[in-house]
Design a protein around this ligand. Structure first.
Ligand code: BGC
Length: 765
């Protein structure tokens, strides 16, 4: 019940809000008239708030009890509940569902002094209930429209479940497949990663954040998390300023420019500074140089971890460091709510810092339209009809097909013939309905993916026999500490081998379980876990016609398979429609066009391995010498390069032309190439453009992606594809973080992978 006093304050608040608010909110970070009005609304509200209420806005709690059930008694949950009723909570995470969110929101709106609505956050990473492929897989599509559409579907479903803020996109560039979270990002390249970041932000936020089916996006984890030493989760990060600016920051900058309403910091330190407390990243770069006007949320209790890093003595110091550095909201750390008001009262933290942080959070709440209607995401009917609707299944199936990468198709085993074939389907992941959902699938029910066996069974012209062969692992979840891999039980092996022996084609589905990648899932091996390699080799002995379908959340090192198995399909974890997507590709009803967003190494010893490595003083031109940069037991080249991916048809590239040859800094440079479909199928191709800056004031990478276009060509068709390079693509950041464009000679390469040799030149004067 609202007390009489509350009602009076509330009506005052409404009056102020109504007179100053128009609440038309575009997700535009440039200053405009509506921005100014928004600032006024925020200031008017801040003027009414106590210091505790303002700090309360900076407090984000995890869902704490069955909100529709009885009130909690004692412990953490009771404290959270009391704080909520006092108006000391700005948002909740992981509360979902129309009824639960509504109940929470009612407490905030109807029982607190000022009735400020909560922001409701959730990890909507690759879908809410109807799941798209894991983000790394989606990135393999290089299809920005499809990626945007996939995020749109996720936003529509999540918002129908009461959620208005997602902790995505994750835009951490990483060159280390040992790190389990590579599954969550856009891969290794800052240019591709930036385009994908923008597509995802647009997909989540749409054109107008105040619509009930759009949600605020979060660019995470700011910054450097993907460079954890040795790929070990939560490990230290020590990188140069030029690497930070050229490799790590571009996707974040792109996300900020496209209007992402929040940023999340990360669990790592950056060159000795735990990033939740990094003024350099948050105040100087994000809020300063980039003029970001959204808010920064910490990662889960990462403000407390400043203590464990040994940068703060206690919570009080941690709160001071983080708030001063520009971390606006404390996710489930309880540090701000316990310490900040006192720090202000003691004169240690200026109140202006609290006003700024709370103001940023309130601003986004206004943009979401929560003050107009705090229950706008709580619509029972919408929740019932929208989540899991048919069009969403079609959308995620489309995304899944586009994410598949054909790595090798040597004896043209693919596409499979549709009739008269004996097909043996073998492998622990072949009939798995859970693993394809990946590890971020909180709102999705277990075992709801279409398995590959189910997908292939829809094609009835062949004789399909399925044998598991071996188990991969038993009964774990994303939160199971110990991962039990089967390394001993071979009881199903013989039967599988015998089934394979007489088949025309053997489809083997091997890889990692969905819970083997993701947060806190670093690996030191990049092989097929458990007994899968043994199974693969045993089947190969009796039948060489193998189509290996991989299911994995990171690049794997499969040198033996790449050498011996004629056909390899990278099938990742493709979400709810996995089996249908794989079946349509294997049967040629969809011609694959995916390209790797991350390099596949030959073995773990090559890691980190990436296409845009820098020149060395002793490169390949000295390879006949003993003393050059190489290994004595392995090649330098990867197993599969960044950008690699085949089609059932074949594309030829010719006639690379740079229009003009001498240019001045600031000129646009137009480059053309002819792409021809010379194979037997209609198909799509990602045409990729790379540059090399031959001499620079800092050592330059041997290749850098600076453009790509996805084109569709009918069999026999050709297209002239054009690219324009501007100073944005030709410059780079030096170690002071300044963007410089230097005169000199450049090479430009165009082709279907980063290994392309087709080359042109130009000079910048
Ligand atoms: C992860 C974040 C996630 C948060 C909330 C953390 O452990 O690092 O990416 O958004 O939890 O679930």
């Amino acid at each position: 019940m609202i007390s009489r006093n509350n009602r009076i304050v509330l009506s005052c608040l409404c009056l102020i809000l109504m007179t100053t608010f128009t609440c038309t909110t575009k997700t535009d970070s440039k200053t405009s008239k509506s921005d100014e009005t928004l600032d006024q609304k925020v200031d008017s509200l801040l003027a009414l708030m106590t210091i505790e209420e303002k700090v309360g806005q900076m407090n984000l709690y995890n869902g704490f009890w069955e909100v529709t059930g009885p009130m909690p008694e004692g412990g953490n949950a009771q404290t959270k509940y009391e704080h909520l009723r006092k108006g000391w909570v700005g948002g909740m995470l992981s509360v979902r569902g129309y009824e639960n969110v509504k109940k929470m929101q009612q407490i905030a709106v109807e029982e607190t002094r000022l009735g400020i609505p909560l922001i409701i956050g959730f990890d909507v990473i690759h879908g809410y209930k109807t799941l798209s492929p894991i983000p790394l897989a989606e990135s393999a599509s290089w299809d920005l429209e499809a990626i945007e559409q996939s995020a749109r579907i996720a936003a529509v479903e999540a918002s129908a479940a009461g959620i208005n803020w997602t902790f995505a996109p994750m835009v951490d560039i990483s060159r280390d497949p040992r790190w389990g979270r590579v599954m969550e990002g856009g891969g290794e390249d800052p240019y591709l990663g930036s385009k994908i970041a923008v597509a995802r932000v647009k997909g989540f936020q749409g054109d107008n954040l105040s619509q009930p089916n759009t949600i605020a996006a979060t660019a995470k984890h700011f910054a450097g998390y993907g460079f954890a030493e040795a790929g070990r989760e939560y490990n230290t990060v020590d990188i140069s300023m030029s690497k930070l600016h050229n490799v790590v920051l571009p996707p974040f900058k792109a996300a900020a420019e496209s209007g992402a309403r929040s940023f999340m910091n990360s669990f790592n330190d950056l060159n000795g500074d735990p990033v939740s407390g990094s003024k350099f990243l948050q105040r100087d770069i994000l809020k300063g140089d980039w003029n970001f006007n959204g808010f920064v949320v910490s990662d889960w209790a990462s403000i407390n971890e400043i203590i464990y890093w040994g940068r703060a003595k206690n919570k009080k110091e941690a709160a001071e460091i983080a708030a001063t550095a520009g971390s606006d909201m404390d996710m489930e750390g309880h540090v701000y709510i316990q310490e900040l008001a006192n720090l202000v009262k003691e004169g240690i933290v200026p109140e202006g810092i609290i006003d700024e942080a709370a103001g940023r959070i309130l601003r986004v709440k206004f943009e979401l339209g929560l003050f107009d209607d705090p229950y706008k995401y709580c619509n029972k009917e919408r929740e019932k009809t929208v989540i899991g609707q048919q069009s969403h299944h079609e959308g995620v199936l489309d995304m899944a097909k586009k994410s598949i990468v054909l790595l090798k198709n040597e004896s043209n085993l693919l596409p499979l013939k549709k009739e008269g074939q004996r097909i043996a389907l073998i492998g622990p992941l072949a009939n798995d309905k859970n693993s394809p959902l990946g590890s971020w699938r909180i709102a999705s029910d277990d075992n709801t993916a279409v398995s590959i066996y189910e997908g292939l069974s829809a094609y009835e012209g062949n004789d399909l026999v399925y044998k598991k062969g071996v188990d991969l692992w038993v009964g774990a979840t994303a939160f199971t500490k110990e991962i039990k891999i089967n390394t001993t039980d071979r009881s199903g092996m013989t039967e599988a081998v015998n089934t394979a022996r007489n088949a025309d084609v053997v489809v083997m589905v091997l890889g990692e379980h969905g819970f083997q990648s993701g947060e806190s899932r670093s690996r030191t091996n990049l092989d097929l876990p458990g007994l899968q390699q043994e199974l693969l080799e045993a089947v190969f002995k009796v039948n060489k016609n193998i189509v290996l379908v991989l299911q994995n959340g990171r690049p794997l090192a499969l040198e033996w398979a790449a050498e011996n198995i004629p056909t390899i399909v990278e099938g990742w974890q493709l979400g709810t429609q996995t089996g249908n997507a794989i079946a349509q590709v294997l049967y040629g009803d969809y011609n694959p066009s995916g390209k790797l967003p991350m390099t596949f190494p030959r073995n773990v010893g090559q890691v980190p391995i990436y296409y845009n490595y820098k020149s060395t003083g002793r490169g390949t031109d000295r390879e006949n010498n003993v003393f050059w940069s190489h290994y004595i037991d392995q090649k330098n080249s990867p197993l599969y390069a960044f950008g690699h991916g085949l089609s059932y048809t074949e594309f030829e590239y010719s006639d690379l032309t740079v229009e003009g040859s001498d240019f001045s800094i600031g000129d646009d440079i137009d480059i053309f190439v002819t792409v021809s479909n010379v194979g037997d199928y209609d198909g799509k191709e990602v045409v990729q453009l790379y540059i090399r800056d031959l001499v620079g004031s800092l050592v330059r990478p041997v290749k850098e992606l600076k453009g790509f276009e996805l084109i569709a060509l009918k069999k026999g068709e050709s297209q002239r594809v054009s690219f324009t390079l501007s100073k944005d693509e030709l410059g780079y950041y030096n170690n002071s973080g300044e963007f410089i464009v230097e005169p000199g000679d450049f090479e430009v390469f165009i082709g279907g992978s980063s290994e392309t040799k087709l080359k042109g030149n130009f000079t910048l004067n």
